[in-house]
Structures are given as C-alpha cells and as structure tokens.
Ligand binder design. Structure first.
Ligand SMILES: [Zn+2]
Length: 418
C-alpha cells in the first residue's frame, strides 16, 4: 500500500497558472515547424528567450545582469550581507528540434520561486541569484567559464548556431576578452540548486514524484580498434578467418553482460561501430567502435573496464584478432552535497511529495558548480523518459511539484547552510 503523504498546511506555494503561462510563452520562442523548439545557443531565438526571461526576473523582484560569459545572473539581497549567495536556475537554449522542458523548467521554476517569495514577503538570509547558464547544450560553456574550466582555445569552437563561441558570447551581451571576470572562487557560493526533468524513466516507473540527485556521473569513453584480416567472403573457409566484425559483435555482448552483472545504476554503451572495408563480400579486417561507461563511482568504472579488457583478450584469441583501447574522455563525477539533498528531502515532505535518491546519467551545469560549493539537483518524471525531442513532456502536476520542491529546498537551504 502506498503511504499517504499529507502536505503541511499554511506553507507557501508557487503560482501554477503564472508558471504554466510563462512556460507556454517561452515555448513559442523558437517554435520548430516539426514540433518542439529549436533555440540554439547564441541564435536570435536564444536572445529573444533571454530577453523574455530577463523581464520576468525583474517582475520577480530580482536585479539581472549578464556576466562576461553571457550567463544571466539575477540577484536579490538577503538579510545578512556577510553571507555568500544561494544560486538556482538552469538554461533556456535547446538542442535542434528539442523539447519545451529541458532547461526552461528549471529556469522558469527558479524565477517562479523567487516571485513567490516576493509575493509572500519572504526574505532569505542569503542573497539569492537566479541564473540562466549560457550555451548549456553546446557543452556547458557558461557554467564552465564560471568555474574556470573553459580553456581560452575553446572560444574558437563553432557552435551549432554557426557562430564561434567568442562571437556567440558577444551576441548575448558577454565579453570573451574578459572571460576571467566571470570566474567565481571555490567557497564563494553558499549553494547551487537546479530543477530539471529526469530525461529517463526511473521516477515514472516507480511512481515517484521527486528525484533527489546523488550526483552527476563520471563519463569514461574509449575508442576500440579491433584488427583482423580482410579477405574474400566466398573463398575463405570459416575456420581460417580473422573476422573483426565477429570479434566486435562478441565485444558488444561482453560490454552489455559485464555492465548488468554488477548491481547498481551504472550504464555502459557501444554507440558507434564501423567496419572496414564494409562490403557484403569481404570479411572485415577492422572495426572501430566506442566504449562508454558512466557511474557515480569511478571505482565501478575501473572495475568494469578491467573486466572488459581482460575478456576482450579471450575474444581476440578465439577470433584471431587484436583489440586496442585508446582512452578519450574521463570526466570526474560531481557528487551532490548531503546538506542540499537533505534540504530537498525536507522540501518534498513539506509539500507532500514522494522522493527517491538517484544519479544523473546526463550532464548538467550543476556539475561545473560542484567545485565552488555544495550542489544539488531535483528531478521530476519525464513521461516515457523522452527528452531532446519534441515529445519531451512532464505533467502539469509534476511541474508544479518540482517548482514547489525547488522553492522550499531553497528556503530550507537558506535556513540550514552557513
Ligand atoms: Zn538541460
């Protein structure tokens, strides 16, 4: 039997109609004729969205500014000037033909939380800063600049909008020459909170209202080259082959088996698989494929990789091929802070929502903030687990729950964090 959760009375609540109206208005900016939105970072529609949310920030009693990296930071002072600010927000840029919620939910719920505090006459002890991070979808550019993880050389990268990062930052009111001014020091923020859609199906399948994110997973990627011998498919007997595709197929199966053999929430994927020469009448002499492992605990990744590498040797022996692994990416995990998780759990109780802890398998701006102060993320269910697609959807009830939990998590963090 599901335990009945009774929300506390007389707690402040967000204005659901205002939040939904703003979400609908934002979704019209960059509306894609195929459905969903295409609001690429630095594009005209991104700029229009940023102007629109900036006006709402003012209505919410916040004072917005744009930092050198193009992040919008809207502040309201707290009652204790000696305290570092509490940050919360998300992004408004989208992938091409993306959904209405990835980014806008966290952004507009953050503005709504600030607006609700204003309406209720609630003043926090900490200053609050509602943040819209620039170019999240292109690679967490705005938040990386803030934490000093954006090398200058990356300013020449060309973004999906066609502009370079430097030109794009200029187009949204930042200044790439003064990027260092956007940096914030470790310890200079009291905390960072972000509400986001889950983009998976854990919450929906378990009937849970709120995900309390344990952290953003580490991502390790390798390029795997399997070398055999190219030969005629018609004249080479089956026992004389060095078939790289056969070895590759067994490798894909090995990765899947190794990952599911170990209990936990980690995942592993072979997402790219290219055989050469790639002709129906030739045994493939080479396969180049990817291996990706994601987990909160890098120890799990290292253990899985050791097993995969060892068992790949056995596949190589059995198929007369060789395997070479070349490491491409090894990102560090960004664990959330137990005090922020506690604040989210308390907030969920306050507003009568069920909650469970879970990792974030996708990257988010919050991971860049982790070196600067305690972070935490709140997930709401994604219907069907669909994201980065026009089909991205969360129910109005889930949106309301998420925004109310964000509001009360900020208030709880304001009470409990130094
Ligand atoms: Zn996002």
């Amino acid at each position: 039997m599901r335990r009945l959760r009774i929300p506390e009375r007389n707690v402040i609540r967000i204005d659901e109609a205002r939040l939904q109206a703003r979400m609908a208005a934002l979704a019209r900016i960059g509306r894609d004729p195929r459905g969903g939105v295409s609001r690429l970072a630095y594009s005209d529609t991104d700029r229009e969205a940023r102007e629109t949310v900036t006006a709402w920030m003012r209505e919410a009693g916040l004072t917005p500014r744009v930092d050198a990296a193009g992040n919008i930071i809207a502040r309201r002072d707290g009652t204790d000037a000696s305290l570092a600010p509490l940050l919360f927000g998300s992004h408004v840029d989208s992938v091409p033909n993306g959904g209405d919620l990835d980014g806008p939910l966290g952004t507009l719920a953050a503005i709504e939380a600030a607006h609700t505090m204003l309406d209720a006459g609630v003043r926090t002890r900490h200053p609050i800063e509602v943040v819209v991070w620039s170019n999240e979808e292109g690679g967490l550019y705005g938040s990386r600049a803030v934490s000093g993880q954006l090398p200058h050389a990356e300013l020449d990268n060309v973004s999906a909008s066609g502009r370079t990062i430097a030109d794009g930052i200029r187009a949204i009111g930042g200044d790439p020459e003064r990027l260092a001014e956007a940096r914030r020091a470790p310890g200079s923020i009291a905390g960072y909170l972000e509400l986001h859609i889950e983009q998976g199906q854990v919450l929906e399948s378990t009937g849970t209202d709120i995900g309390i994110v344990l952290g953003i997973v580490a991502i390790y990627q390798w390029e795997v080259t399997i070398t055999g011998v190219t030969n005629h498919s018609g004249t080479t007997p089956m026992d004389r082959r060095h078939d790289a595709v056969l070895a590759g197929a067994r490798f894909v199966e090995l990765v899947h088996r190794a990952v599911i053999d170990e209990p936990g929430t980690h995942v592993g994927t072979v997402g790219r698989f290219e055989a050469s020469p790639g002709a129906p009448n030739a045994i493939a002499g080479e396969v180049v494929c990817s291996l990706e492992l994601r987990a909160l605990d890098t120890g799990v990744i290292e253990r899985l990789y050791a097993r995969i590498e060892t068992e790949a040797k056995a596949i190589a022996e059995a198929t007369g091929t060789t395997f070479a692994f070349s490491g491409l990416i090894a990102s560090v995990p960004a664990p959330s802070d137990p005090r922020i998780r506690g604040a989210i759990a308390a907030a969920a109780r306050t507003v009568g929502c069920s909650a469970r802890e879970m990792p974030s398998g996708a990257g988010h701006d919050a991971q860049c903030l982790a070196p600067l102060g305690p972070i935490g993320m709140i997930f709401i269910p994604s219907v069907g687990g669909v994201s980065h697609s026009p089909g991205e959807y969360s129910t109005p009830e889930a949106v309301r729950n998420g925004a109310n939990v964000l509001l009360h998590a900020v208030l709880e963090a304001d009470r409990t964090l130094p």
